[in-house]
Design a protein around this ligand. Structure first.
Ligand SMILES: Cc1cc2nc3c(=O)[nH]c(=O)nc-3n(C[C@H](O)[C@H](O)[C@H](O)COP(=O)(O)OP(=O)(O)OC[C@H]3O[C@@H](n4cnc5c(N)ncnc54)[C@H](O)[C@@H]3O)c2cc1C
Length: 370
C-alpha cells in the first residue's frame, strides 16, 4: 500500500547498472520501483574486475579467478601476482540472475518497454510522461563515431591438447598486428584446453567480425602452434574511452555507462558500477537532492586522460607504455590502481616510467586545453 512515506523511483534500462541498483533499492520498503527493462535482450559476456572486500556481493558470483596475470610484448613478459586481490570474472547472466534472486519483488514492477526522452522528460510509449520522485537513467545509448573506443570480439575456444597455463590470465599480449590501431590479445584460460581469446583494439572504428576472428586464429597459430579448435561461444563489445556530458535534469540520476562509470584509460566499468550503486544508496536517504553519480576522482580522471592522450599520440609505443605498469607496480599496486584506489608512490613511479617528453606534452595538452 502506498503511504505518504513512500518514494516512487523509476529505473530505466535493464542491464548491469539497472539490475544492480534495483537489487539494492528494493531492500528498502519505502522505495516503490518501476523498472523499465527495455525491449532488447543482451547477449551473455564476461565482466572482469579485481576483488576487493568493499563490494561484498561480488564474492557470490565469481566464476573464475586468477592470482597471477601478465602483460606481454615482443621483448618482455611482466608477471603480476596478488593473493589478496585476484583478477576475477563473473558473467552477465550470472550477475543478472544473482540480482533477480535478491530483488524484493513486492516493491518492484517490471516493464519490458523502451523509454524515450524529449525536452527533459521521459515518456512511456512516446506519450505517457514519467512523473516519479526520482528517475535513474541506465539506458544504453548510441556512441558517436568520433569517440575513441576500446572494441573487441571474444571467442571461448576449446583445443584438443592442453596448451593453456590456467594459473595465469593474460591481460594484454601485444604480439599481434598493430596496423589498425593499438591491438592486444586478452586471454583468460578457463582450463588447460579452454580459453576466452579476445582481440582488443583502441581506435575510433569498430572492425568487422572477420577481422577479430582472423586475429584470434593467427594468434593461436603463431603463439600456441594450434590450427584446430572449436568455438564454444562469442561476445562482442565496444566501450567508450571517453566521458560524456549529460543534460542536467532535476531528480534524474545517470548510472552505469550513462553515468560515466567507465575508466577512460582501460574501459573497466563493472566494479565502478557497483561502487556507484553503493554510493547512491547511501546518498539517496539524505535530505539534499542528488543529481550526479560521479565515481572517478579528479586525479584518476586526469591520469586517465593523460594516459589515453599519450597512447593516441604515440600508438606505436603502446606496448612500451603499458609495460611501464610492470616497472612501477607489483600485483597489489596494479589491482589498486585499476580499481581507482590511490597509492601515491606506485602512481609516481608509473609517471616517471612513461617516456618523459611524451608524458609532458600530453600533460600540458590535458591540463591547459581543458
Ligand atoms: C561484451 C562486453 C564485455 C565487457 N567486459 C567488461 C569487463 O570485463 N570488465 C568491465 O569492467 N567492464 C566490461 N564491459 C563494460 C561494462 O561493464 C558493460 O558495458 C556494462 O554492461 C555496462 O552496464 P550498463 O548498465 O551501463 O549498460 P548495459 O548493461 O548495456 O545496459 C543498458 C540497458 O539499457 C537498455 N535500454 C536501451 N535503450 C533503452 C530504452 N530506450 N528504454 C529502456 N531501456 C533501454 C538495454 O536493453 C540494456 O539492457 C564490457 C562490455 C561489453 C559489451
Amino acid at each position: 500500500m502506498k503511504t505518504k512515506y513512500n518514494r516512487n523511483i523509476s529505473v530505466l534500462g535493464g542491464g548491469c547498472a539497472g539490475y544492480s541498483i534495483v537489487k539494492e533499492l528494493s531492500k528498502c520498503r519505502k522505495n516503490i520501483i518501476d523498472f523499465y527493462l527495455g525491449s532488447k535482450k543482451s547477449n551473455n559476456n564476461f565482466w572482469g574486475f579485481w576483488s576487493f572486500e568493499d563490494i561484498n556481493d561480488l564474492e557470490n558470483v565469481i566464476k573464475y579467478k586468477w592470482e597471477k596475470w601478465k602483460i606481454i610484448d615482443q621483448e618482455n613478459e611482466t608477471l603480476f601476482q596478488s593473493n589478496n586481490h585476484p583478477y576475477c570474472v563473473t558473467s552477465r547472466n550470472d550477475w543478472i540472475q544473482f540480482c533477480k534472486n535478491n530483488i524484493n519483488d513486492e516493491n518492484v514492477s517490471f516493464f519490458d518497454e523502451d523509454i524515450s526522452y524529449k525536452n527533459n522528460f521521459f515518456y512511456r510509449k512516446d506519450s505517457e510522461k514519467i512523473n516519479s520522485d526520482i528517475i535513474i537513467d541506465c539506458r544504453s545509448f548510441q556512441i558517436s563515431t568520433d569517440t575513441y573506443l576500446q572494441h573487441f570480439k571474444g571467442f571461448i575456444i576449446e583445443t584438443e591438447n592442453e596448451i593453456f597455463d590456467d594459473s595465469t590470465a593474460v591481460l594484454m599480449d601485444f604480439r599481434c598486428d598493430q596496423s589498425n590501431g593499438i591491438q592486444f590479445i586478452y586471454l583468460l584460460p578457463i582450463t588447460k584446453k579452454m580459453a576466452l581469446i579476445e582481440p582488443t583494439i583502441y581506435s575510433y572504428r569498430i572492425e568487422s567480425d572477420e577481422f577479430y576472428y582472423k586475429s584470434m586464429e593467427k594468434y593461436l597459430r603463431e603463439i600456441y602452434k594450434v590450427n584446430k579448435f572449436k568455438i564454444i561461444s562469442e561476445e562482442k563489445g565496444a566501450i567508450p574511452l571517453a566521458s560524456f556530458k549529460n543534460d542536467y535534469i532535476p531528480n534524474v540520476i545517470n548510472l552505469g555507462l550513462k553515468g560515466n562509470a567507465n575508466r577512460i584509460s582501460s574501459g573497466y566499468t563493472f566494479y565502478f558500477i557497483q561502487k556507484q550503486v553503493k554510493n547512491l544508496c547511501r546518498k539517496i536517504n539524505l535530505p539534499h537532492k542528488i543529481n550526479n553519480s560521479k565515481i572517478h576522482s579528479k586525479l584518476i580522471n586526469l591520469l586517465d586522460r593523460i594516459f589515453i592522450d599519450v597512447l593516441k599520440s604515440n600508438p606505436s609505443k603502446a606496448p612500451q607504455i603499458f609495460q611501464s605498469f610492470g616497472k612501477s607496480f607489483n600485483g597489489d599496486d596494479m589491482a589498486f590502481f585499476m580499481s581507482s584506489k590511490i597509492r601515491i608512490i606506485p602512481i609516481l613511479k608509473m609517471i616517471f616510467n612513461l617516456p618523459t617528453k611524451i608524458f609532458i606534452k600530453s600533460f600540458i595538452r590535458c591540463v591547459f586545453n581543458d
